[in-house]
Design a protein around this ligand. Sequence first.
Ligand code: NAD
Length: 444
Amino acid sequence: MSPSLSSPSADSPTGPDNPYGHSLPSYLQAENLGPWGNYLQQVDRVIPHLGNLARWAETLKRPKRVLIVDVPIHMDDGSIAHFEGYRVQHNVSRGPGKGGVRFHQDVTLSEVMALSAWMSVKNAAVNVPYGGAKGGIRVDPKKLSLGELERMTRRYTSEIGIIIGPNKDIPAPDVNTNEQIMAWMMDTYSMNTGSTATGVVTGKPVDLGGSLGRREATGRGVFTVGTEAAHRINLKIFGERVAIQGFGNVGGVAGKLFAEAGALVVAVQDNGGTIYREAGLDVPALLKHVAATGSVGGFASAEVLATDKFWDVPCDILIPAALEQQITAANAHRIQARMLIEGANGPTTPAADDILQSRNVLVLPDVIANAGGVTVSYFEWVQDFSSFFWDEDEINARLVKIMKNAFAGIWQVAEEHNVSLRTATFIVACKRILHTRELRGLYP
Ligand code: NAD
């Protein structure tokens, strides 16, 4: 049976109570609606499938380390501004923490905790030797000058410097952070430690120990997993209609690759507008327009849609590639697509997952679909350690091989357990995490 047809009841939450009566602190509980609450529900769905390892399952529900930092900087006008920054290391059983840094005005601790936990699952799903971590600053970076952005990035890096490092926790880009910000982070950490520590961050400029292919890696992984899944449900890529929310690093590259494979990218939404063209948008021209103006808004030869109409667009493949909690019980029933590929982290709530499953929409979950970025980050880190750099063909070939193998294993587990691909990915990943947790034991 296809995983999309499996019964939602097989995924029902049955998490065990803590027998010692130490309930989770309130900020860790599922009633804490938001990304962390969604993550906890996803964990509850996997616990019945963990066998003896279930005794360690609460490990998954508690981040190992949460750091909240004050980030004060001098503004250009002479005032002093304070920003709130976070770095959360969810789990480091399988290796150093690994996960991006997000600069966004809506960043919260719940969000960063959830993103760090999804990194633990993702890294284990593709079997790269990392734990999960994530960071962020609650700021709208578009309101800062370049100098203010650099000072904020450097002060944040200094503040979290006590817990990051090439063997401890390795940040990377995420929403509104890029190669330049990684260069500043690498330089700040290096200055503070009296070293040239290229391996402390990934997603760096190629001239500074970055990897060829890293910028495109997440979108390439989305395309690879999407193609693998499409074959299994008799969906062609050529001629299929694709709708994409978020046209940045992930959505833009995924859109380019789908268009190159002959798909019609019919709708794109970003934070500056929603555009539609039934015959397919000119994706290379759209990418140029976004590079020049910062948004898809104002793109010629496309119809403008109201923001909420995006969810009704007739399409075969939907790629959310912006932020979390976009597809909820309120709009899941409107989605026309046959397959949903999660480029973003956490775009679909558990309630929406169930609705999509009942409507036979195949969901390729974030924890495998967008794992291409961290996979090439792993290649970058390995290259930095060995000071030996690979060519782009080798990187892309290794990326595609890892993604295809990981996805094939997850598909098989979904069929064996009759569960969704999300729960199957959690089964594969959580078993790996908890197995290492058990092998290492508790110390002291
Ligand atoms: P980005 O900053 O390059 O692009 C974000 C895009 O989302 C932009 O087009 C922006 O306009 C759009 N957007 C923001 N808010 C929106 C809203 N409310 N409605 C519609 N569109 C909106 O970021 P990115 O690196 O492409 O990351 C996008 C998602 O992919 C995030 O969830 C991120 O965590 C995830 N992700 C990124 C990577 C990576 O390597 N960059 C890896 C894995 C997962």
